[in-house]
Design a protein around this ligand. Sequence first.
Ligand code: PEP
Ligand code: CO
Length: 478
Amino acid sequence: MSKESWREKRIEQDVQYPDDAHLKRVLDQLGTLPGLVTPFEIDRLRNQMAEVADGNAFLLQCGDCAELFSYCNPQQIEAKLKLTLLMSLILIHGARLPVVRIGRMGGQYAKPRSKPTEVVELPNGEKRTVLSFRGDNVNGLGLDERVPNPDRLLSAYFHSTATLNYVRSWISSGYADLHAPHAWSFHHVQSEYLQREFSRITDSIVDTLDFMKTVGADPSSDANHVLNTVDYFISHEGLMLEYESKLTRETEKGAYDLSAHTIWLGDRTRQLDGAHIEFFRSIRNPIGIKVGPSMSAKQLIDTLEIVNPDYEKGRVTLISRYGAQKIDDLLPEHIRAVQATKHNGKVIWCCDPMHGNTVSSPLNPSVKTRIFADIVKELTSSLRIHSAENSRLGGVHLELTGDEGVTECIGGSMQLSDEDLSRNYLTYCDPRLNYEQSLDIAFILSEVLRAQRKGAADVSDAIVNALAHSIDEDSDSS
Ligand code: PEP
Ligand code: CO
């Protein structure tokens, strides 16, 4: 195996460029550019993921379904970061565990498509078949930009760089300072329940810090500057192997893909004999693997054997995305299959309650949406099943936006309805949780993690409580 051996395998979702010489010029240039992240940072994430696998930390991976280059602006980057920090604070408070934050950001441009072409209707009513839009790093959304253009790979690199640069400077300039949680934006949240819960958490943090200062254990002293800043890692789907491969660099410890701290293998590109798996097994980064309904238990174990033959703890995160109706039939068997091998205790189980729950809007079948109740059901089922199977849910993987007033998913404490979708539906890919819906999820999860911490053997009661709170209190206040 080498970092080039994927080239001998079949490449699913491959992109055909019209001009090979042009592609080569771009790839040569990418090969000379510095990595976005360093092997040192990747190793730090590897260590943190081992802690997640051991149950000593919880994983929060979230961000856009697909970034557009135009999302690379201070407002949208800040909004996503703030929301992620808020959610992680809520989870830390419930679970009393460190949260490993990973953004679907700074490179989440390419999208797998079920069909290479689509039929579009022109303003004059004429129907035309065009190449599908495959993400800003491949082609453009405009009908005259659908031919794949290699320059977009370079553009992706520079937009990722600019995004990450902003993230790094924003974090290092102290926004994530835990001493001033009241400054964290919560003002436009409408739900009184969420407002109250968040105040409770920030008051308790400020109280604890004051107390520690009083007894002479000031956690803000330089030696403990961990409270003044946070780690934030970036990730994307490792779909475009030419791009990933050009940003992969050999070191004496092995090959590191420096396009992101971690990448995941999509549900459509995880064939055992395919190029993607071959590439993923060659890098030292922690990796995610999407596990959908079409994954058999045998294929799951065969996949783990290929990508993690040394049973390294935390190397693989299994991101399950079955759908609320299917999880009960599928997850227990997958958990048991892993438990019967040496991968037991080495993998991280992470729930993606988004991708198995995409439906057509009843009002307008051409609009994709997700029902908040389905998302919560898959997440709470996952918690319940792991607990019943003597396993542990190590993290959650969400598609969300920090932008205000987005209406793409139905339900949540804002009680968005199907009619609301047309108000501010912005995604051109999958529907995302909006600000409040994301916080709803964080509070529900936090409550269940708190019950687990307190020793609840069965989390069912905690789930019922968490749901009752968020629903009852809200209808009181509305
Ligand atoms: C995604 O995470 O954006 C995605 C396409 O998911 P999946 O591969 O699970 O369908
Ligand atoms: Co998606």
